[in-house]
Design a protein around this ligand. Structure first.
Ligand code: UT7
Length: 347
């Protein structure tokens, strides 16, 4: 069990706020349907749809990488915000499947030509985007920075065992991004937030370094770099999600003096439609206010929330001033929530 919840490290007294002013997304071209997958593993469309809500997923092909997807999503967010790449102070890339373990964000910075931005990766699996957004907000609120690009991008297809039907049907590749800028405290778009970790349950969902050594000289050896494919105890992660996500969102609503009927949207990490439904039911949210694109893209890990956000912004569902309850959850175990107000680009 995680330790009891402490006070919310929220936002009282912040001198400035952060505004969400742009979004973007990018997806690989190739889509693999459930029927396609059933030609490779023993599964079928009915099982996958009824247990997860997933109908298809995108898989990166040659020339498509975390860098290229993240840069394309980032560029779209910059364009929507009306910014030039040189305007950026920071690029935070949430990813668990980097092109380079030393950091993929600098490659994205170079691809964008964002020469004034510091760029680094943040890894928190499916909570990564939300953790990165909250992290970026601290730089904006403190006055250290003015404009930040936060990107969630993953290519978990690299790390799947394509013969393991329990995991390979769930994940897909993609990227989403948001442009954030400093604003007066009273216009803060991060209304409340909460971040949590429980490493004692790390074994429930792993993409872990393999325990293999090579002899060096004498009696000495060195570990060989490499990772085992994703392994997940699906039932444990499911139970964790349907317990912790409603708890963290309830806490945020309470601490903000808001009720669920004041929310415009529920925007959760897209892992399983049954999880979305369970959380929505807990808050009596009608299904038209629950954002879901699982049917098209599956679970794109750090990308799900900004991917879904951008889709709903561009098709006009999310409008300026809307209040969004968001939650990320997954490996770590890690989870968190945020109440966000979408400001959108200046008119
Ligand atoms: O983003 C990170 C967070 N991740 C999550 O939130 C994932 C949370 N977990 C889940 O979404 C669900 O647990 C899964 C979708 C992964 C699995 O659904 P489930 O209802 O928990 O299924 P299960 O693991 O209990 O498996 C039920 C049966 C098993 O067969 P037996 O042992 O009962 O005969 C599995 O072998 O379904 C079988 N099964 C499949 N059958 C057809 C497992 N995967 C498949 C498959 N196709 N792809």
């Amino acid at each position: 069990m995680p330790p009891p919840l402490g006070p919310i490290p929220s936002d009282a007294g912040a001198a400035r706020g952060m505004a969400l002013v742009g979004s973007g997304r990018a997806l690989p071209a190739a889509s693999i349907s459930n029927d396609d997958l059933s030609q490779r593993v023993t599964t079928d469309d009915a099982w996958i749809r009824s247990r997860t809500g997933i109908g298809a997923r995108r898989v990166a092909g040659p020339g498509e990488t975390v860098t290229s997807l993240a840069a394309a999503a980032g560029l779209a967010a910059l364009e929507q915000a009306g910014w030039r790449p040189a305007d950026l102070d920071m690029i935070l890339l949430a990813t668990s499947s980097p092109d380079d373990l030393f950091g993929t964000a600098p490659r994205v910075q170079a691809a964008l030509g964002a020469s004034n931005a510091v760029a680094f990766d943040l890894t928190a699996a499916c909570s990564g985007f939300l953790f990165a957004l909250i992290t970026a907000a601290q730089y904006l609120r403190s006055g250290a920075m003015e404009r930040v690009l936060v990107i969630g991008a993953d290519q978990l297809s690299r790390w799947l065992d394509w013969d393991d039907r329990r995991t390979c049907v769930l994940f897909g590749d993609g990227a989403g991004a948001v442009a954030l800028e400093a604003c007066p405290a009273e216009e803060d778009g991060l209304v409340a937030f909460r971040m949590r970790s429980d490493g004692s349950r790390n074994g429930c969902l792993t993409l872990a370094q393999v325990d293999r050594h090579q002899p060096l000289l004498g009696g000495l050896s060195a570990q060989v770099g490499g990772f085992s494919p994703i392994q997940m105890n699906g039932q444990e992660v499911y139970k964790f999600a349907v317990r912790e996500v409603p708890a963290v969102l309830a806490e945020l609503l309470q601490s903000s003096g808001l009720s669920a009927d004041q929310l415009d949207w529920l925007l959760l990490h897209q892992a399983n439609q049954r999880i979305l439904n369970a959380v929505a039911e807990r808050f009596s949210m009608p299904h038209e206010r629950v954002l879901s694109n699982l049917a098209s893209y599956g679970n794109t890990s750090a990308a799900t929330i900004p991917l879904m956000l951008d889709e709903a912004v561009r098709d006009g569902r999310i409008r300026n001033g809307h209040l969004i309850a968001s939650s990320g959850f997954g490996a770590g175990l890690s989870w968190g929530g945020a109440l966000l107000r979408w400001r959108g680009p200046a008119a």
